[in-house]
Ligand binder design. Structure first.
Ligand code: AHR
Length: 522
């Protein structure tokens, strides 16, 4: 982001003189320029996906707790369902994650008491298989979300994957459709979204493969699955391994080249953390996100260029979140011992805005995203046997979800810059905007990642200044590390108000407080 030079420099000078003690004054002018005609693409409803894995207490004790007074007749926790509805979840990925790479779906169908218990070799737990395909698909139906099944591309076979599609989607009188009927479901479940495996590029994955071997497997699986149901959407396992020496660009290149005629999405995974307790560096990760998305977008273009009939391919960020506190150990079994029960704080809420802003800015190519995960395991909802509470990250997720289906706009942003690390400078304001052409309503999403400075920006809209009041949704907290727990989940909550801005020309000035996430709507 370049620094905009104009008479706003004067405003900056005045602010410098007036800065209260403890605040570092704004060091340059800020401007956000909106043009409703500069459209990036629609914010796809699948952008507000989520993820439930057989891991820790996500399924058992999270969404599913048989015999609990808090559960319905199917064993689904009603309080969790209500919270998931409030979150605006649109799509749910299952059964993993790493778990998917050792999961045999046939173990999880039929009478519950007759299902085999097995050791899950992804995370080391004992899997009872009491929650399986029909339970998951019923859960999605009840919740009103689209299901997304991830096949076992680790230890599984092409035939397993094909049969799973038949079990879920076949309307005719075939063997697996009859099994589904026997298990109580006559009508096909009609699962549209299928993942061709999980993180197969990672050496930690059961059945880890090199890119060529993965692509060969995935191509045959895709072919067989599509012959069973030609309407399904397929997601290739893209890069998740950004560790030293990992050739993530090469992995994506091979996967895209080999699978370009079969896939609809390539998946990316990213987890971040404030490991060195450096707030402004933590919230600078959007630069990497933007870069990675741009690189993969270019790689998609590279395999499609010159072929007018090339299949459209989008990016599915089907695992993303803050995850670092419950990440101890060198093996997956050690990591799993914490149950991945991450306790989120206030600064993590700002990271949610940062992620979603980056996805919105690339709405032309990022068409799906799944927060990992829904409940207890690195999740916005946290339960015990008696109840639940909402973690701090719940609130921005729920608010951004209201923008689904709107048009993401290409906003011009100039703001004071900083150097979070050795890398290139970055603007303190991280911005996205969406627009509804029918109602002409505009949402402006602004993260101020400065720890010390409030930043006043001139907000301009070429279509004109707001005619009425602007509604403000804001998350801020004096304690960056403030958290929630049972009975105390109102500490980090959004504030809302309506302000009458002093419009001048086609815009107005607005001060975005230090370390805050603001959504302005007018
Ligand atoms: O979401 C937790 C784990 O993170 C998933 O199982 C895996 O895909 C990723 O490494």
């Amino acid at each position: 982001m370049r620094t905009h030079r104009s008479s706003l420099g004067l405003v900056a000078a005045v602010l410098t003189a007036l800065a209260p003690a403890g605040l570092v004054a704004q060091t340059g002018p800020a401007r956000i320029k909106i043009d409703p005609d500069r459209r990036i693409g629609g914010v796809h409803p699948r952008m507000f996906g989520n993820f439930t894995e057989h891991l820790g207490r996500c399924i058992y004790g999270g969404i599913f707790e048989e015999k609990s007074p808090l559960a319905d007749a199917d064993g689904f926790r009603k309080d969790v369902m209500e919270a998931a509805r409030g979150l605006g979840v649109t799509l749910l990925r299952w059964p993993g994650g790493n778990f998917a790479s050792g999961y045999y779906w046939k173990d999880g169908i039929g009478p519950r008491d007759q299902r085999p218990a097995r050791r899950d070799h992804a995370w080391g737990a004992l899997e009872t298989n009491r929650f399986g395909t029909d339970e998951f698909l019923r859960y999605c139906e009840k919740l009103g979300v689209e299901p997304y099944l991830c096949i076992n591309a680790g230890l599984g076979t092409v035939e397993d994957a094909r049969n799973w599609v038949e079990y879920a989607n076949e309307a005719g009188n075939t063997y697996w459709a009859q099994q589904r009927r026997k298990n109580g479901r006559d009508k096909p479940w009609g699962v549209k979204v299928w993942g061709l495996g999980n993180e197969i590029d990672g050496p930690w994955q059961l059945g880890h493969k090199n890119a060529e071997d993965y692509a060969k497997f995935a191509l045959e699986a895709a072919k067989a699955m599509r012959r069973e149901d030609g309407t399904i959407k397929l997601i290739a396992s893209g890069s998740s391994n950004f560790g030293p020496g990992a050739d993530w660009v090469g992995w994506n290149r091979t996967v895209l080249e080999r699978l370009k005629s079969e896939i609809d999405y390539i998946s990316l995974h990213t987890y971040i953390g404030n490991r060195d307790n450096n707030f402004e560096k933590f919230l600078a990760v959007s630069r990497d996100l933007d870069d990675r998305i741009e690189v993969v977008k270019g790689q998609i273009q590279a395999v499609r260029v010159g072929n007018p009939k090339a299949r459209p391919i989008a990016i599915a960020f089907d695992e993303w979140n803050v995850w670092y506190r419950s990440f101890n150990g060198t093996t997956e079994y050690e990591i799993a011992s914490s149950g991945l029960e991450e306790k989120y704080n206030f600064e993590d809420t700002l990271a949610m805005g940062m992620f979603l802003n980056a996805f919105f800015r690339h709405a032309d190519v990022v068409k799906m995203a799944n927060l990992a995960q829904l409940v207890n395991v690195i999740a916005p909802i946290f339960t015990n046997k008696e109840g639940m509470y909402l973690q701090t990250i719940y609130f921005p997720l729920a608010e951004y979800a209201k923008q689904k289906g709107l048009l993401s706009l290409d906003v011009r942003v100039d703001s004071p810059q900083y150097k979070p690390d050795e890398g290139r400078p970055l603007g303190y304001l991280d911005v996205s905007a969406t627009y509804d052409p029918k109602s002409r309503q505009l949402y402006l999403n602004v993260l101020n990642r400065s720890e010390k400075s409030d930043i006043t920006a001139r907000v301009e809209n070429v279509a004109g200044a707001p005619a009425g009041p602007v509604s403000v949704w804001e998350m801020n907290n004096p304690d960056l590390k403030a958290t929630h727990t049972f009975g105390k989940d109102t500490v980090v909550r959004p504030a809302t108000r309506s302000v009458t801005v002093k419009a001048g020309g086609n815009g107005f000035d607005y001060t975005f407080p230090r370390h805050s996430l603001t959504i302005l709507k007018w």
